[in-house]
Design a protein around this ligand. Structure first.
Ligand SMILES: Cc1cc2nc3c(=O)[nH]c(=O)nc-3n(C[C@H](O)[C@H](O)[C@H](O)COP(=O)(O)OP(=O)(O)OC[C@H]3O[C@@H](n4cnc5c(N)ncnc54)[C@H](O)[C@@H]3O)c2cc1C
Length: 433
């Protein structure tokens, strides 16, 4: 019997350290420098953040998503999940621990598909937390269906020339390089005719037209770029993983990224839940505490059960990835938790907001931002609907149609089968009457 819900004491000690460290040292950064997480460190911020990163390294918790071949500890996804649910409480924590999206996914594909030169140029500084990267795939006219993308790269002598528009390319304004998906062969299916390019941010022809903000973020802090790639010239070795490989690369990248979002969401939802419970125990109305009102008790019970179910599903999926060492074999469950994630977060945040009354919707509490995070995660790395389609397709592969048009569970059919199975005994019984 190998099922076990215990964390080994050695790693639990690390989690306890991370828990206190995030609360005491990192969450204060969110208060003063929220929105600057992806800005290269400089001045006062470098003096504050660099020593924090050193403490994380000393605890052997830096870039905990990485295997030993890339300088990580090789903890695997389950331990990473336990850590990420702590980091999910704070917007700065993933940066301080070297596990922030989209850089983790970008690093993963360069590690997997990059040449030694590409790894030296892009991967090393990315893993050291010295630079940021941008994944530029969605286009203004199409997102969920990459076969509709139009951005084009054509060979001109010994250079690729990149032309087109990309939308919602996060952190383009602070990234040192972009990973851009473009059509390289329009005559074959999109699954074989698109390629990924590694593009240094200072390459002429990259025009960031504007940066969009989400929800209540101020326009100055918008970090999702509309980009015009206008005749961007790239050497032939800018292609990642070979021409025509973009779809395979995108799948590798998004598998890990999606479950990491889910791990962090547990922490964020837990934070909203804890705030709801504190408020329920602190606020009185009509002669009793909110905690004594059945409606509020219902909010707490529903939220607890929803979060517990979600957490167990995420941990189970992380455990399965560790077991198979292959995201593709766990695709159904990764899509299922990606589809569940926004609803779990938004339901719990909504209830917590409600229990806080007017204060809850104000800019003096973090709930509206948390709620928008839920809405954003219903789109980033693929809309919920598309993930549900994936789940349904994968589930249906494990089933088959009935042989004769009548449901296998149709009772007359089952009774007939049971009669046949016990025919001899039934005959004997009738004969004895
Ligand atoms: C915060 C945030 C960060 C992002 N960062 C990046 C980034 O760094 N790089 C990048 O390239 N992109 C990024 N994106 C874009 C994201 O990948 C897209 O929003 C997503 O793929 C959906 O594309 P779309 O927005 O064009 O919506 P559309 O493709 O137009 O879809 C709109 C809606 O149509 C419905 N729909 C779509 N397809 C189906 C279907 N098959 N079945 C049923 N309904 C469907 C869904 O309701 C969906 O939400 C980010 C998005 C957000 C919100």
């Amino acid at each position: 019997m190998t099922w076990d819900f215990e964390t080994d004491p050695e790693f639990q000690a690390k989690l306890d350290w991370a828990d206190a460290f995030v609360r005491d040292e990192v969450e204060p950064l969110d208060m003063l420098w929220g929105g600057l997480e992806y800005t290269p460190l400089d001045g006062a911020l470098r003096r504050i953040v660099e020593p924090l990163k050193q403490q994380v390294r000393a605890q052997k918790l830096w870039a905990a998503h990485l295997g030993p071949e890339l300088g990580g500890e090789g903890y695997g996804q389950l331990k990473l999940a336990l850590l990420n649910e702590i980091l999910g409480r704070s917007s700065w924590a993933p940066i301080v621990f070297g596990t922030q999206a989209p850089d983790t996914g970008n690093a993963e594909i360069i590690a997997h598909y990059g040449t030694p030169e590409q790894k030296a140029r892009y991967l090393r500084p990315l893993l050291d937390g010295e630079i940021f990267s941008c994944y530029s795939m969605t286009e203004p006219h199409a997102g969920a269906d990459p076969t509709m993308f139009r951005t084009r790269a054509e060979l001109d002598g010994d250079e690729w020339v990149l032309d087109g528009w990309k939308f919602f390319s996060s952190n383009a304004n602070t990234a040192s390089f972009f990973i851009v998906m473009a059509v390289t062969d329009p005559d074959v299916s999109a699954y074989r005719g698109m390629s990924m390019f590694l593009v240094p941010a200072d390459t002429p022809g990259i025009n960031i037209v504007r940066n969009l903000a989400v929800g209540t973020e101020s326009a100055d802090h918008g970090s999702h770029a509309l980009i015009h790639y206008d005749g961007v010239r790239l050497p032939t070795d800018a292609v990642l993983g070979g021409a025509g490989q973009a779809f395979a690369i995108a799948q590798t990248r998004l598998g890990g990224g999606r479950i990491h979002h889910a791990m962090r969401t547990i922490g964020l939802a837990q934070r909203a839940f804890d705030m709801m419970c504190e408020r329920a125990l602190s606020r009185e109305t009509q002669g009793s505490l909110l905690a004594d009102k059945q409606f509020v008790q219902g909010y707490i019970a529903d939220s607890y059960a929803q979060l517990m179910q979600f957490r167990l599903f995420v941990l189970y999926t992380a455990w399965t990835i560790d077991k198979h060492q292959d995201y593709r074999r766990v695709r159904k469950d990764i899509s299922a938790i990606k589809a569940l994630l926004p609803g779990v977060l938004q339901d719990i945040v909504q209830r917590a907001m409600q229990v806080h009354g007017a204060l809850g919707v104000s800019n003096e509490m973090p709930f509206t931002r948390m709620w928008v995070t839920g809405a954003s995660l219903a789109l980033a790395d693929g809309p919920t609907e598309v993930h549900k389609v994936t789940v349904a397709r994968q589930v249906l592969r494990e089933h088959r149609p009935s042989d004769d048009g009548w449901p296998t569970g149709h009772l007359p059919k089952k009774v007939a089968a049971a009669r046949e199975k016990f025919a001899a005994e039934l005959e004997l019984e009738v004969g004895n009457l």
